[in-house]
Design a protein around this ligand. Structure first.
Ligand code: NAD
Ligand code: UDP
Length: 319
């Protein structure tokens, strides 16, 4: 039985990875300090014999007893409002946390996959973004704490590969959505669905002409599994190239929820990228991977998840 350490396990993506790896017959050691995650996302796994949970901050020394085959490092705040609230922790988990986990991978002779992001491309001047693009990041802007932590994370990961021979993988994840996103994490999918379900107007930041390309979580997880089992050590984009403006996206949510809401306009956050679309040529060629779930289908499943929230839970809004 392969033994897998998953950090950020109580978060949105980490919890789906725990589901997948326990189902695939691995022994999963889940680790999280719960700073933005929630044990509810993984409590259904506690009864399994091939699952254990460690409440631990990975910026502190990480100890795991026994062998490890794989490490998936997903711990990090990921929503703009989270990393603006906790900028130092965000920098530390991307830098010190990654350093600790690379050291653990070296010690255990384990393969490590780190979660990077399309934010390494910043506000991109190249469209769509392929892995060769170096990016356009404002180091000292408010998003810099996340973007630069992730850029450092990629650099130290390559250095551990080159200088210590650690078996590394880097996934650059583009906007992903699905059940278990936090209702009030400020990201556009839970923000718009929450507003629609509460009967509030949908808040579009800027003129709404900025674009994103949304990937359903199951597709992302499949891409990650394939990358982990490949022998490719350079960064690979995983995302859905189906690009849409935020204004069109708001209209889709209004239709999907049969809501009568209007949209209202709010200022665009500083350095909010104006366009984003993954070039997934590499993932197609190397991993024979491409997304399967259309936005209409993925959003319907996501809506069903949020509809289960009580009125009180729904009313805890960030806006
Ligand atoms: P999330 O906030 O739901 O999950 C992150 C988890 O990491 C949380 O459970 C949090 O408590 C935990 N964590 C944070 N700091 C920690 C620390 N110091 N020690 C231990 N645990 C810690 O976010 P998510 O959307 O699931 O993102 C997971 C990873 O994927 C992040 O590394 C993020 O940068 C990356 N990513 C996500 C997306 C996306 O669209 N969801 C896009 C690009 C990259
Ligand atoms: N956004 C918006 N209204 C909201 C939340 C977000 O218009 O209530 C916009 C945000 O400015 C950005 C896009 O939606 O242009 C995606 O934001 P999100 O925080 O989900 O992800 P990221 O900016 O990290 O891609």
């Amino acid at each position: 039985m392969k033994r897998v350490l998953i950090t950020g396990a109580a978060g949105f993506l980490g919890s789906h990875l725990c589901d997948r790896f326990t189902k695939d017959g691995c022994y999963v050691i889940a680790m999280d300090n719960l700073i933005t995650g929630d044990l509810k996302n993984i409590e259904h796994l506690f009864k399994l014999e091939n699952f254990e949970f460690h409440h631990h901050d990975v910026t502190k020394f990480v100890h795991v007893a026994g062998d490890l085959d794989y490490i998936l490092h997903f711990a990090s705040p990921a929503s703009p409002i989270d990393y603006l609230k906790i900028p130092i922790q965000t920098l530390k988990v991307g830098s010190l946390g990654t350093h600790n986990l690379l050291g653990l991978a070296k010690d255990k002779n384990a393969r490590i996959l780190i979660a990077s992001t399309s934010e390494v491309y910043g506000d991109p001047l190249v469209h769509p973004q392929n892995e060769d693009y170096f990016g356009n990041v404002n180091t000292i802007g408010p998003r810099g704490v996340y973007d630069e932590a992730k850029r450092f994370q990629e650099s130290i990961t390559m250095a551990y590969h080159t200088y210590h021979g650690v078996d590394t993988r880097i996934v650059r994840i583009f906007n992903t959505y699905g059940p278990r996103m936090r209702l009030n994490d400020g990201r556009v999918v839970p923000a718009f669905i929450g507003q629609a379900l509460r009967g509030e107007d949908l808040t579009i930041f800027g003129d709404g002409l900025q674009t994103r390309s949304f990937c359903y979580v199951d597709d992302l997880v499949e891409g990650i599994v394939r990358l982990l089992h490949s022998d490719y050590v350079y960064p690979v984009n995983i995302g859905n190239p189906d690009e849409i403006t935020i204004k069109e996206f708001a209209e889709e949510i209004i239709q999907l929820t049969n809501a009568n809401q209007k949209v209202v306009y709010r200022p665009l956050p500083t350095n909010d990228p104006l366009q984003r679309q993954p070039d997934i040529t590499k993932a197609k060629e190397l991993l024979d991977w491409e997304p399967k779930v259309k936005r209409a289908e993925g959003m319907q499943t996501t809506l069903e998840f949020f509809k289960k929230f009580s009125r009180e839970e729904l009313s805890i809004s960030e806006h």
